[in-house]
Design a protein around this ligand. Sequence first.
Ligand code: SAJ
Length: 420
Amino acid sequence: MSQIEERFRKLCVMGLGYIGLPTASLLASKGFDVHGVDVNAQVVDTINQGRIHIREPELDILVKSAVQSGQLKAGTSPAAADVFIIAVPTPFKDGYEPDLAYVESATRAIASFLVSGNLVILESTSPVGTTELIAQWLSEERPDLSLKGTTSNGADTSVHIAHCPERVLPGQIIRELVDNDRIVGGIDEASTELAADFYRQFVAGQILTTNSRTAEMAKLTENTFRDVNIALANELSLICEQLSIDVWELIKLANHHPRVNILNPGPGVGGHCIAVDPWFIVHTAPQQSKLIRTARQVNTDKPEYVIEKVRARAARIQNPTIACFGLAYKPDIDDLRESPALHITQQLSEAGIGRILAVEPYIDTLPKVLANTSVELCDQETALAQADIILGLVSHRQFRKLSPAMLQEKIVIDSCGVWR
Ligand code: SAJ
């Protein structure tokens, strides 16, 4: 990795959430001058005090030292920079229509700060065509700027625009920001080259170049691949139940084939990415996306299947106590965003089928959605002592250590193979 080149020294990072804040603080720690921007003034204040508003291993230390060293400053509006990184949310609206409002407002907000030679990078996972839309929005705001790779006297005088999708896994974001290979796709070759040079300043992985549309589709394809593969595992779990076959043993055996690698069934697919991104493809090419849409549906239906299973078992017990093991959206993290485990626990409580205990070693208090329910947060030992039904929802390391003897007297419903 090279020293920071002067042409990339000043950065403006739009959005200080799960991607923007780790990126801003990591780059600040590498010596870039980083101005981070968030629309939420409270978030900005927290960061300027050297504290963080999200949980991610190592992030607190990184932000604290980046702020103390003066390399990272946060504000509610953008500032002039060499490189502008857009890392704002791209959710969907009703009908799974992608919502680009945050990308559009971040783009329009930076427009007045742009000068020739600047680089604008979209990192947010986005539907195909979004990077081109950024060029369109910028040219509406700044008709004076050249946005195509034009050169004057051999020097490139245009503003460059590229997509470089984030690919980091929550829980190991800081390491993956450096180690992962990156795909970089510009709206023209000059933009691609400049963006690739920028990522070479701090990425240890390979920099793979393409155009912006392919880069956008590549990110969507990665998460869709995972969604479809998990849907296969989830569908197999239903088929196996019907045929009295142990799905975990089945998948383990099948995966011994050198060209088979089936993922794990679970209570559903959570988080902010895998359950969202496939819809971006379905929305843009609905006629061609039959498999992707069906896979999404299989995964969306899985929590209801788990709930029904618990209902059926609980109906045979008087005043049953049901212990839900795990609320997080996946193992060994405290992130409850779009968590199927949380949804299932909430639904079981609302269904009034018994006393509901929740065991989640990564939180101290129940999240808002459970605050006004009768769900009780308790430790593993209390749950094991009091519950009739033990429902495995998240394969946390701590749960995996439970010995079969401790579960012997219980009705165990293991939706994620935690006790396999
Ligand atoms: N899950 C299963 N079975 C499995 C694997 C996962 O049910 O075998 C479930 C998890 O429990 C969870 C959901 O899928 O509910 C998603 O978890 P995940 O670990 O597959 O992915 P995310 O959402 O945490 O992060 C993904 C990553 N994408 C890929 O691995 C292709 C990450 O690299 C992306 O950067 C991230 O999405 C993103 O931001 O798009």
